[in-house]
Write a protein that binds this ligand. Structure first.
Ligand code: HCB
Length: 215
């Protein structure tokens, strides 16, 4: 059943089964599950379990890295599928996507970036570990476009840099040229309100919905 397939996807991430994860992903695609379901209901719950186990000191960094590899093996199959699912919403705006300085967690960032592209956004992907100066510079270069800034932070430490991003854009007179959406596990609605950003989202599918509603 579909639920069994989703459970298998989750378990292959948790057990660091790289080949098994790619195989289970292909099997789920062949059975007609959507890329979004596979990610949100299969792989991501697996990553959540991995994070919880790490926090409880039940597993260590090498295991997390193998789980991330398993997830990446699945993403190699899923990213082209997500891109194919592109709608006819071309021209909704330009999204500058990045991961905050000091942070190299890029799995969620890549998922969100791909989902935005699939929903008609033109993408400027700045990658990981991006200093705020570079963010402000890129916003300035694109300020005449319908613009959305999409930042990710997976650590409570790197998340603090999001506050500086908003402050720097305000100082440089750029805050009104851009909508700002921040996400990543530690980001909450309260944080978004505190730092004066515009929105957050739970997952990549939600991020696309929120992004469209902001434009
Ligand atoms: Co990493 N790590 N890690 N890690 N890691 C976390 C993030 C911890 C929470 C684990 C823990 O302690 N429980 C923790 C951070 C603690 C804190 O907050 N201070 C942590 C730590 C401490 C570290 C290191 C410091 C470990 C060390 O070296 N001692 C180190 C940091 C390196 C650095 O960045 N400077 C490190 C390294 C790693 C890797 C390399 C082993 C690996 C990353 C591989 C990679 O990304 N290429 C890794 C991983 C995989 C994780 C966990 C287990 C999973 C993260 C993940 O990929 N989740 C994570 C535990 C956790 O998050 N609970 C752990 C799956 C994706 C799909 O979810 O949340 O990233 P996501 O994105 C979602 C969602 O947030 C939303 O949509 C996405 C898609 O659904 N979203 C947005 C994301 N961005 C958005 C932007 C928007 O605008 C809107 C929505």
């Amino acid at each position: 059943s579909n639920q069994e397939m989703l459970d298998t996807l989750r378990d292959t991430v948790v057990t660091q089964n790289i080949n098994g994860c790619a195989e289970a992903t292909q099997a789920a695609l062949d059975a007609g599950l959507s890329a979004v379901e596979i990610i949100n209901d299969g792989l991501s719950p697996g990553m959540k379990i991995v994070g919880d186990k790490f926090e409880a000191a039940e597993i260590y960094l090498p295991q997390i890295m193998m789980s991330a590899k398993a997830m990446n093996a699945a993403m190699e199959l899923l990213l082209p599928v997500l891109e194919e699912e592109k709608g006819d919403t071309e021209g909704v705006g330009t999204a500058i996507t990045y991961v905050q300085e000091g942070d190299i967690h890029d799995i969620g960032h890549r998922l969100v970036t791909t989902m935005l592209e699939a929903n008609g956004f033109k993408i400027v992907d700045m990658g990981v570990d991006v200093p705020n100066e570079k963010v402000a510079e890129t916003v300035a270069q694109n300020k005449d476009k319908k613009l959305l800034l999409v930042g990710s932070a997976l650590m409570t430490t790197s998340m603090l840099g999001q506050k500086d991003t908003v402050a720097m854009l305000a100082e440089e007179g750029l805050r009104d040229s851009v909508k700002i959406m921040f996400g990543g596990a530690p980001v909450s609605d309260a944080w978004i309100a505190e730092i004066g950003a515009d929105a957050t989202a739970e997952n990549a599918a939600d991020a696309a919905r929120v992004a469209l509603s902001l434009m």
